[in-house]
Design a protein around this ligand. Structure first.
Ligand SMILES: NC(=O)c1ccc[n+]([C@@H]2O[C@H](COP(=O)([O-])OP(=O)(O)OC[C@H]3O[C@@H](n4cnc5c(N)ncnc54)[C@H](O)[C@@H]3O)[C@@H](O)[C@H]2O)c1
Ligand SMILES: O=C(O)C[C@H](O)C(=O)O
Length: 319
């Protein structure tokens, strides 16, 4: 029998479970594997989702990993393990805690699924993507971070709130890091092809940009005990399905920059063409000086956290 496509989700909390559920409901692949700290919990969720797939007449089977060896043969591995922030915290406050978790699982992926494509979602997203790329040593096209699709979806929603029309037709663009310095790009944003600058005034657009930057924190404050997961999980599933179906569509993703937008050796969010090979090509847009300046600020914020990890000797073999 031909080998089916296999997607492993590491971390079976709110985010990981929701990504797995979306993939199972869409029949995105043959196998979804849940790798969690608590094997019985992962088994319970896997059974529940496999039964849901049957109800949906889908062929996807969800299984729990009993140990790291069960991730072998994965086409794609999504790392969702890590603490979420709670009210009053910034994503950056999760740096050292989540870096250790991502490092552990990146080592596991390197050993057991060396041919896989890795999608990182744990926060702070850009630094965790950097950690996963350095620890696995995979080429940059096989280590991507998910954030830009989510941030653009939020921006689209806030545009809809102002306009009260156009839902589903709004194409927003956000680049830069997934933090307070992210760079929403109104000049690359349209409603059914109409530039938003023809529909909203500068003050309204400024409010949308600010709401987009604050989109994650708004939900953290409302939930009280964790962060958003429905829109993040759907955004991740879009990336997974783009790879499985080799769509070659462009999405904003975090990737190690190599002579892109004036930077090398640091991760940030940029438009990437996604296909069967992962992030197959970084797409270069012409930025205006103010946009370039904002992007530079965002890259510098990520670089600062990466430097902190080097100061802590985090990347040394024995650390
Ligand atoms: N990139 C994005 O846009 C985005 C969006 C939402 C959430 N996130 C991030 O995703 C991560 C997960 O969020 P969530 O809502 O699923 O949180 P959650 O608390 O529901 O689940 C966290 C998962 O990580 C695992 N985990 C925690 N500590 C661990 C450790 N020391 N070792 C191994 N596993 C450990 C838990 O067992 C659980 O499975 C967080 O870091 C959050 O900030 C990112
Ligand atoms: O805001 C968070 O901490 C989680 C995530 O990065 C988000 O944007 O929803």
């Amino acid at each position: 029998m031909a080998k089916g496509r296999k997607v492993t989700i590491i971390g079976t909390g709110n985010f990981g479970s929701t990504v797995a559920f979306i993939l199972a409901m869409n029949g995105a692949c043959h196998n979804v594997v849940l790798r969690g700290r608590d094997v019985n919990k992962a088994r319970g969720k896997a059974l529940d989702m496999s039964q849901a797939a049957n109800a949906a007449r889908q062929h996807t089977v969800v299984k729990a990993a009993r140990g790291p060896e069960d991730i072998a043969g994965s086409d794609i591995v999504v790392i969702t393990a890590g603490a979420p922030r709670t009210p009053g915290m910034s994503r950056d406050d999760l740096l050292t805690k989540n870096a250790a978790i991502v490092k552990k699982y990146a080592q596991e992926i390197k050993e057991y699924a060396p041919e896989s494509i890795v999608i990182v979602v744990s926060n702070p997203l850009d630094v965790m993507t950097y950690v996963a790329q350095k620890v696995t040593g995979f080429p940059r096209e096989r280590v991507l971070g998910m954030a830009g699709i989510l941030d653009a979806a939020r921006m689209a929603h806030f545009i809809y709130e102002k306009l009260e029309y156009g839902a589903g037709q709004i194409r927003a663009t956000v680049m830069g890091g997934h933090g307070d310095t992210m760079v929403p790009l109104p000049k690359f944003t349209t409603v059914a092809g109409v530039p938003i600058e023809d529909l909203l005034d500068a003050e309204q657009i400024g409010e949308i940009v600010q709401k987009t930057r604050n989109g994650g924190a708004e939900i953290v404050n409302l939930l009280g005990d964790g962060s958003a997961y429905y829109a993040p999980a759907k955004s991740t599933a879009i990336m997974v399905e783009s790879m499985l179906r080799d769509t070659k569509q462009i999405h904003s993703c975090a990737i190690m920059l190599e002579n892109d937008y004036g930077y090398s050796g640091i991760v940030s969010g940029v438009p990437v063409m996604i296909g069967a090979g992962g992030g197959e090509e970084v797409i270069h847009m012409t930025l205006k000086p103010l946009q370039q300046e904002r992007f530079a600020k965002s890259v510098a914020a990520v670089q600062e956290m990466v430097d902190k990890l080097y100061e802590l000797k985090f990347f040394d073999e024995e650390a």
